[in-house]
Design a protein around this ligand. Structure first.
Ligand SMILES: [Mg+2]
Length: 226
């Protein structure tokens, strides 16, 4: 049994400035499957799950709900296929303190997982291209639940079912968006907010996370494990 479970968001938390490839893959997937021209402009992508972003793109292009529902599985498949082929090298896109923290957690035997709005193969591809893949044992991804709180619930269930974590050991969720803090709190998980994404520190502070950091260099591993 591990001395702690640490769940990480990806965008703005582990990685930043990863380029337009993710957005472009969603737009291209919608085009291929439905023939519709869409955009992610004017959609607050931050903290949203990929399927919700795609649904908003389609609705803004005038697609009826029935089409959104019917086309979604094919769009999710296409978006992942497109992204994994186009994902750039991300080794220089990690947020400050990420590699040091992951190495330290690994040494302490903590179990690390992902909780992200990214579709499964997009999320894993980003980590692979950033050289961070090996630190993470499992993940809960955008298409697996209706909202982020549901993703956290799935991750906890999975870690418990596999015997990697039991509720007597600490668990934390580290994220850069208000949605991460809310999802952690909804599950009784320690919420650690980090201001390396687009949400200003003051806005994160208003949500009263258990810990609020400018970046992950400020995080002590002993704060995360028992
Ligand atoms: Mg994020």
């Amino acid at each position: 049994m591990s001395p702690g479970l640490v769940l990480f968001d990806i965008d703005g938390t582990l990685l930043r400035r990863t380029g337009p490839h993710h957005r472009d893959a969603l737009v291209e997937a919608v085009r291929r499957v439905t023939g519709l021209e869409t955009t992610t402009d004017h959609i607050p992508l931050h903290g949203m799950l990929d399927p919700d972003i795609i649904a908003r793109m389609l609705e803004r292009a005038g697609a009826p709900k029935r089409l959104v529902r019917q086309a979604m599985p094919a769009i999710l498949r296409a978006a992942q296929n497109i992204y994994v082929r186009k994902c750039p090298d991300l080794t220089r896109r990690t947020c400050p303190g990420v590699r040091r923290l992951l190495r330290a957690l690994e040494r302490r035997g903590a179990v690390m997982g992902l909780v992200t709005g990214n579709l499964t193969r997009i999320g894993w591809k980003k980590l692979e291209r950033a050289g961070l893949r090996r630190y993470f044992r499992f993940g809960a991804f955008g298409e697996m639940s209706r909202d982020r709180a549901g993703l956290v619930r799935l991750a906890l269930r999975e870690a418990r079912r596999r015997g990697w974590w039991d509720p007597s050991a600490p668990v934390a969720l580290i994220g850069d968006a208000p949605a991460d803090v809310q999802a952690a709190k909804a599950n009784g998980v320690r919420a650690i907010a980090v201001a390396t994404g687009i949400t200003p520190l003051e806005e994160l502070a208003a949500l009263e996370p258990d810990l609020l950091l400018r970046d992950l260099r400020q995080l002590n591993v002993e704060d995360l494990v028992s």
